[in-house]
Write a protein that binds this ligand. Sequence first.
Ligand code: GLA
Length: 440
Amino acid sequence: MLPKNLKGKMKRGAALLLAGVMVCSFTGCGDKEEKGDTPSLTQGAEPTDDADVTPEATLEPEATPSPEATPTPTEPPKQVRTDFYISAVDEELPSMYEYWEDYFSIGIAITRSELINDLKGDLIIQQFNSMTCGNEMKPDALLDREATKAGGTETCPVLSFKSCDSMLQFCVDNNIKMRGHTLVWHSQTPDWFFMEEYSNKPDAVFASREVMLERMENYIRLVMEYVNTTYPGVVYAWDVVNEAILPGDGGEDNMRMSDSLWYQTVGPDFVEKAFEYARKYADPQQKLFYNDFNTYEPAKRLAILKLVEKLKEQGTIDGIGMQSHIGMSSPTLMDYEDTIRQFGQTGLEIQITELDVNLDSNTEADFMKEGTRYKRLFFTFKNLVDTGAANITNVTIWGLTDENSWLNKDGKRYPLLFNQLLETKPAFWGILMDDGIPLY
Ligand code: GLA
């Protein structure tokens, strides 16, 4: 099975005959390619386009002309894309989510302030079928201290969903599903939430473990109840806990300790508790994820595996989120692929939840290399799904344009698929497996 999007490819003028020949050589001449048949990246095979050519048509024997009568055979020239900078505003682009829809959903992390831009909104509708709020569903966006002080109790805070309502509604209106990001996290959770009487004074003291567990349960319940009753069916996955593992930080079982007020108030079982509560209040079809960065670092990978195996035994987890904020050459694709394989062996779903490639140059040559990096990543994902090595169900790109990337604090980062003019970069075409982007 190959990704769809023939319409887009035809528009880009794929040479049918050549594509037929490529299908033939890739699949073993006429064998319909099934999941499991895809050569692995390490074998050096190239992915092919799934042109709308039946194997029979490509294999039809041609009459052998006599040498005298034969004009020099001419093959139609291969039309390979050379212009990778196409305005998403002026031209209709092929859709990434349609291209990959037999494999996994394609997600975008976006902020509310960007989403109100109609051009960006239209591009998102065209290209993505999954969305993550960049900040608007994090605890610091939902926890309302004033309302909590006025109307909450010591164990039950009051939340406000003003930050994310319009984004959830956008998803409803445009048939986009949402990854709920994120429920329990040491970061972007206000300190006062961990203090007795929600105090924000310098002499505030931590609330007890018992109180914090009740606050945690109530917080998870309130978020899930609100989202699931106001926007039923929109959220399909929750990042229940984010970034709890940090080898070397002193926590039990390699858990993050020094800056985690969850660890410090509740103790090392706060992750298990969060998953227990999340399972209790989640809709049955919603998938519960543990999400983390640098998952391919061996010590961290091992600790995550240990944690998720425990959660799996308890029946509270469905998947592992690999954030995947990566560089141009680090991690190596081998280490990255190996990590997905090891996570895949748990039988849990895998989602690539925050993909970006930290390129710090804007030369055309480097943009092409970035395109190659994205193409190889997606080729790897495809291969892992085809071979059954990992059940990858979503790949989310962490941001729409380079200019708005969280990495771009110095104004010199180019990690994403679109530039500030909403033009495609080679990275976009790499994800579409375009022949103009080299795989190596
Ligand atoms: C982490 C978080 C995300 C986001 C990125 C950086 O990966 O999970 O929510 O904050 O950092 O923007």
